[in-house]
Design a protein around this ligand. Structure first.
Ligand code: COA
Length: 168
């Protein structure tokens, strides 16, 4: 069994992430999406919400699973029996950070490879942050995320607006 993990914050999952998954699921027997519990970021969506959005987005991908993880990515990869850590590369600007992360992981766990897949050009400019920013300003983001994720973003921002307006 060739297993890969695909770690990230996924706040929220985007069509860019899904493009990577659609291609990776053909390369590996199993792909485990590893949703970071202790990311350096302050997520908009809770851990459970991020996982639910991913489960829905990947429901037609039988060899893709979604799990939460904390601590070292390479340790989680070992627990899953994975041979590889999968990462998407969007632009040259991603490279330096990803290169550093991959070398660090290789040093800690020489037996686990980091595999990079180039994001398709149509998704190369999107990020979860840009999508959240656009959605918070009422822009439609249906070109960049699945429908259920757009609905979740609209719900999240209308809730925070109601709270700000003292409607709760
Ligand atoms: N299409 C669109 N967007 C993409 C993308 C793609 N194919 N690939 C990445 N992105 C975006 C994401 O949307 C995200 O955007 P954001 O910054 O606006 O949220 C950004 O690129 C990268 O974020 P993410 O994939 O969530 O990774 P990260 O940089 O937050 O790293 C971990 C998360 C979990 C991999 C990393 O923090 C980690 O390994 N932590 C565990 C501790 C550890 O082992 N550290 C290393 C050794 S010390």
């Amino acid at each position: 069994m060739r297993i890969a993990i695909y770690p990230g914050t996924f706040d929220p999952v985007t069509n860019g992430h899904l493009d990577i998954l659609v291609r990776a699921k053909e390369l590996f027997d199993e792909v485990c999406i590893a949703v970071a519990t202790d990311s350096k970021k302050t997520p908009l969506f809770t851990q459970e919400e991020r996982m639910e959005l991913l489960v829905e987005a990947t429901k037609d991908m039988p060899n893709v699973s979604v799990r939460a993880f904390g601590g070292l990515t390479v340790e989680f990869a070992r627990q899953c029996g994975a041979i590889a850590i999968l990462r998407g590369l969007r632009a040259l600007s991603d490279f330096e950070y990803e290169f550093q992360l991959a070398l660090m992981n290789k040093k800690i766990a020489p037996d686990i490879e980091t595999i990079f897949l180039m994001t398709q050009s149509e998704f190369s400019f999107i990020s979860s942050s840009a999508i959240k920013w656009a959605s918070s300003l009422h822009a439609g983001v249906s070109d960049f995320v699945p429908e259920h994720v757009e609905k979740a973003l609209i719900a999240k921002y209308s809730k925070s607006r109601s709270t700000l307006n003292g409607e709760e």
